[in-house]
Design a protein around this ligand. Structure first.
Ligand code: URA
Ligand code: URA
Length: 207
Protein backbone atom coordinates (compact mmCIF):
# COMPACT_ATOMS: atom_id res chain seq x y z
CA UNK A 1 0.00 0.00 0.00
CA UNK A 2 1.26 3.52 -0.78
CA UNK A 3 1.70 5.87 2.12
CA UNK A 4 1.81 9.62 1.81
CA UNK A 5 4.81 11.05 3.60
CA UNK A 6 3.62 14.60 3.19
CA UNK A 7 -0.01 14.39 4.25
CA UNK A 8 -0.89 16.42 7.33
CA UNK A 9 -0.99 13.90 10.12
CA UNK A 10 -1.84 13.27 12.77
CA UNK A 11 -4.18 16.02 13.88
CA UNK A 12 -4.12 17.03 17.50
CA UNK A 13 -5.84 14.69 19.90
CA UNK A 14 -7.51 15.68 23.16
CA UNK A 15 -5.95 12.84 25.14
CA UNK A 16 -3.23 10.23 24.88
CA UNK A 17 -5.91 7.52 24.93
CA UNK A 18 -7.60 9.08 21.89
CA UNK A 19 -4.29 9.17 20.03
CA UNK A 20 -3.49 5.57 20.98
CA UNK A 21 -6.95 4.41 19.84
CA UNK A 22 -6.38 6.08 16.46
CA UNK A 23 -2.88 4.61 16.09
CA UNK A 24 -4.12 1.12 16.93
CA UNK A 25 -6.47 1.35 13.94
CA UNK A 26 -3.78 2.51 11.51
CA UNK A 27 -3.50 0.43 8.33
CA UNK A 28 -1.73 2.77 5.91
CA UNK A 29 1.63 3.11 7.65
CA UNK A 30 4.80 1.81 5.97
CA UNK A 31 5.25 -1.12 8.39
CA UNK A 32 1.61 -2.22 8.43
CA UNK A 33 2.21 -4.71 5.56
CA UNK A 34 4.92 -6.37 7.68
CA UNK A 35 2.08 -7.57 9.88
CA UNK A 36 3.59 -6.57 13.21
CA UNK A 37 1.80 -4.93 16.13
CA UNK A 38 1.51 -1.27 17.09
CA UNK A 39 3.74 -0.74 20.12
CA UNK A 40 3.25 2.74 21.53
CA UNK A 41 4.22 3.43 25.12
CA UNK A 42 4.56 2.37 28.75
CA UNK A 43 5.16 4.14 32.05
CA UNK A 44 3.53 7.12 33.71
CA UNK A 45 1.82 9.65 31.38
CA UNK A 46 2.35 12.30 34.09
CA UNK A 47 6.11 11.73 34.21
CA UNK A 48 8.40 14.67 33.48
CA UNK A 49 11.12 12.41 32.06
CA UNK A 50 10.54 10.75 28.69
CA UNK A 51 12.64 8.09 27.00
CA UNK A 52 12.48 7.89 23.21
CA UNK A 53 13.76 4.62 21.74
CA UNK A 54 14.16 3.32 18.21
CA UNK A 55 11.57 0.70 17.25
CA UNK A 56 10.06 -2.33 18.98
CA UNK A 57 11.93 -5.63 18.93
CA UNK A 58 10.41 -9.10 18.90
CA UNK A 59 9.60 -9.16 22.62
CA UNK A 60 8.06 -5.68 22.45
CA UNK A 61 6.02 -6.78 19.42
CA UNK A 62 4.79 -9.79 21.36
CA UNK A 63 3.83 -7.86 24.51
CA UNK A 64 2.73 -4.64 22.78
CA UNK A 65 4.92 -2.49 25.05
CA UNK A 66 8.25 -0.74 24.38
CA UNK A 67 11.50 -1.78 26.05
CA UNK A 68 10.35 -5.00 27.69
CA UNK A 69 13.07 -7.27 26.24
CA UNK A 70 16.78 -7.39 27.10
CA UNK A 71 17.40 -3.75 26.14
CA UNK A 72 14.47 -2.74 28.29
CA UNK A 73 15.82 -4.62 31.30
CA UNK A 74 19.12 -2.81 30.94
CA UNK A 75 17.33 0.51 30.48
CA UNK A 76 15.39 -0.09 33.71
CA UNK A 77 18.68 -0.88 35.51
CA UNK A 78 20.34 2.29 34.21
CA UNK A 79 17.38 4.36 35.40
CA UNK A 80 17.23 2.54 38.75
CA UNK A 81 20.94 3.26 39.32
CA UNK A 82 19.96 6.91 39.84
CA UNK A 83 16.67 6.07 41.54
CA UNK A 84 14.25 6.54 38.66
CA UNK A 85 11.46 3.99 38.74
CA UNK A 86 10.53 3.17 35.13
CA UNK A 87 6.84 2.68 36.02
CA UNK A 88 6.47 5.80 38.15
CA UNK A 89 9.03 8.43 37.13
CA UNK A 90 9.34 7.80 33.41
CA UNK A 91 7.26 7.62 30.24
CA UNK A 92 8.73 5.42 27.51
CA UNK A 93 8.01 5.50 23.79
CA UNK A 94 9.73 4.93 20.44
CA UNK A 95 10.48 6.72 17.16
CA UNK A 96 8.88 3.97 15.06
CA UNK A 97 5.89 2.04 16.33
CA UNK A 98 6.10 -1.33 14.62
CA UNK A 99 8.86 -3.94 14.47
CA UNK A 100 10.72 -3.55 11.19
CA UNK A 101 10.67 -6.95 9.45
CA UNK A 102 13.61 -9.27 8.87
CA UNK A 103 14.05 -10.23 12.49
CA UNK A 104 14.10 -14.00 11.94
CA UNK A 105 17.22 -14.75 13.91
CA UNK A 106 18.98 -11.88 12.14
CA UNK A 107 19.86 -8.60 13.80
CA UNK A 108 16.89 -6.26 13.86
CA UNK A 109 17.01 -4.00 10.83
CA UNK A 110 17.09 -0.30 11.51
CA UNK A 111 14.06 1.73 10.50
CA UNK A 112 14.55 3.53 7.17
CA UNK A 113 14.57 7.31 6.85
CA UNK A 114 11.08 7.20 5.30
CA UNK A 115 9.77 5.11 8.21
CA UNK A 116 11.28 7.50 10.76
CA UNK A 117 9.73 10.48 8.95
CA UNK A 118 6.35 8.81 8.61
CA UNK A 119 5.97 8.06 12.34
CA UNK A 120 7.56 11.30 13.56
CA UNK A 121 4.32 13.37 13.68
CA UNK A 122 2.87 10.70 16.01
CA UNK A 123 5.94 10.92 18.23
CA UNK A 124 5.57 14.72 18.23
CA UNK A 125 1.91 14.44 19.22
CA UNK A 126 2.82 12.02 22.03
CA UNK A 127 5.41 14.53 23.28
CA UNK A 128 2.85 17.37 23.12
CA UNK A 129 0.32 15.35 25.14
CA UNK A 130 2.79 14.07 27.76
CA UNK A 131 4.59 17.42 28.02
CA UNK A 132 7.90 16.14 29.42
CA UNK A 133 10.58 18.49 30.76
CA UNK A 134 13.49 16.16 29.92
CA UNK A 135 13.79 13.69 27.05
CA UNK A 136 16.47 11.04 26.63
CA UNK A 137 17.01 10.03 23.03
CA UNK A 138 18.46 6.54 22.97
CA UNK A 139 20.69 5.94 19.95
CA UNK A 140 20.91 7.30 16.45
CA UNK A 141 17.32 6.76 15.32
CA UNK A 142 15.68 8.80 18.10
CA UNK A 143 18.38 11.47 17.77
CA UNK A 144 17.84 11.63 14.00
CA UNK A 145 14.07 11.79 14.42
CA UNK A 146 14.00 14.65 16.93
CA UNK A 147 17.28 16.54 16.50
CA UNK A 148 17.71 15.87 12.78
CA UNK A 149 21.33 14.86 13.40
CA UNK A 150 23.23 11.58 13.48
CA UNK A 151 26.46 10.57 15.16
CA UNK A 152 25.53 9.42 18.64
CA UNK A 153 29.17 9.07 19.72
CA UNK A 154 29.70 12.82 19.27
CA UNK A 155 26.21 13.98 20.27
CA UNK A 156 25.65 11.95 23.44
CA UNK A 157 25.91 13.40 26.89
CA UNK A 158 25.10 16.99 25.89
CA UNK A 159 21.88 18.90 26.51
CA UNK A 160 20.02 20.26 23.51
CA UNK A 161 17.22 22.76 23.91
CA UNK A 162 14.33 21.28 21.96
CA UNK A 163 11.12 23.30 21.65
CA UNK A 164 11.23 24.46 25.24
CA UNK A 165 12.34 21.09 26.58
CA UNK A 166 15.74 19.54 27.35
CA UNK A 167 16.89 16.60 25.26
CA UNK A 168 20.00 14.47 25.74
CA UNK A 169 21.09 11.77 23.29
CA UNK A 170 22.49 8.70 25.09
CA UNK A 171 23.78 5.37 23.81
CA UNK A 172 21.11 2.82 23.03
CA UNK A 173 20.93 0.01 25.62
CA UNK A 174 21.23 -2.56 22.79
CA UNK A 175 24.59 -0.97 21.93
CA UNK A 176 25.66 -1.27 25.57
CA UNK A 177 24.68 -4.97 25.54
CA UNK A 178 27.01 -5.45 22.56
CA UNK A 179 29.80 -3.44 24.28
CA UNK A 180 29.87 -4.66 27.87
CA UNK A 181 33.28 -3.21 28.87
CA UNK A 182 33.25 -0.87 31.86
CA UNK A 183 36.71 0.58 31.19
CA UNK A 184 37.06 4.38 31.44
CA UNK A 185 35.85 5.90 28.16
CA UNK A 186 33.77 2.83 27.24
CA UNK A 187 30.13 3.33 26.18
CA UNK A 188 28.96 1.93 29.54
CA UNK A 189 31.23 4.24 31.53
CA UNK A 190 30.07 7.23 29.46
CA UNK A 191 26.42 6.25 29.97
CA UNK A 192 26.98 6.09 33.72
CA UNK A 193 28.28 9.66 33.56
CA UNK A 194 25.32 10.71 31.37
CA UNK A 195 22.62 9.25 33.60
CA UNK A 196 24.10 10.97 36.65
CA UNK A 197 23.95 14.26 34.76
CA UNK A 198 20.30 13.50 33.92
CA UNK A 199 19.55 13.00 37.62
CA UNK A 200 21.30 16.28 38.45
CA UNK A 201 19.32 18.21 35.82
CA UNK A 202 16.05 16.54 36.86
CA UNK A 203 16.57 17.54 40.49
CA UNK A 204 17.44 21.08 39.41
CA UNK A 205 14.37 21.52 37.16
CA UNK A 206 11.68 19.44 38.81
CA UNK A 207 10.70 20.29 42.36
N1 URA B 1 14.71 -0.99 21.46
C1 URA B 1 14.04 0.15 21.27
O1 URA B 1 14.58 1.14 20.80
N2 URA B 1 12.76 0.20 21.62
C2 URA B 1 12.13 -0.82 22.15
O2 URA B 1 10.97 -0.68 22.45
C3 URA B 1 12.85 -2.01 22.36
C4 URA B 1 14.13 -2.08 21.99
N1 URA C 1 24.20 3.29 16.96
C1 URA C 1 23.02 3.59 17.52
O1 URA C 1 22.00 3.73 16.86
N2 URA C 1 22.96 3.75 18.85
C2 URA C 1 24.03 3.64 19.64
O2 URA C 1 23.88 3.83 20.82
C3 URA C 1 25.25 3.35 19.05
C4 URA C 1 25.33 3.16 17.70
Amino acid sequence: MQFDLFSERPKQYPTLDALIAEMMKMEDDPLFPAGTNMVICRGNPKAKLMIVGEAPGTEEDRQGKPFVGRSGQLLDQILAAVKFDSDKDVFITNSVFRLPPGDNGKPLRKPTDDEIEFYKPYLLEIIRLIDPVIMLLTGNVATQSLLGKVGITKLRGEWYEWNGRWAMPIFHPAYLLRNPSRQPGSPKALTWRDIQEVRRKYDELIP
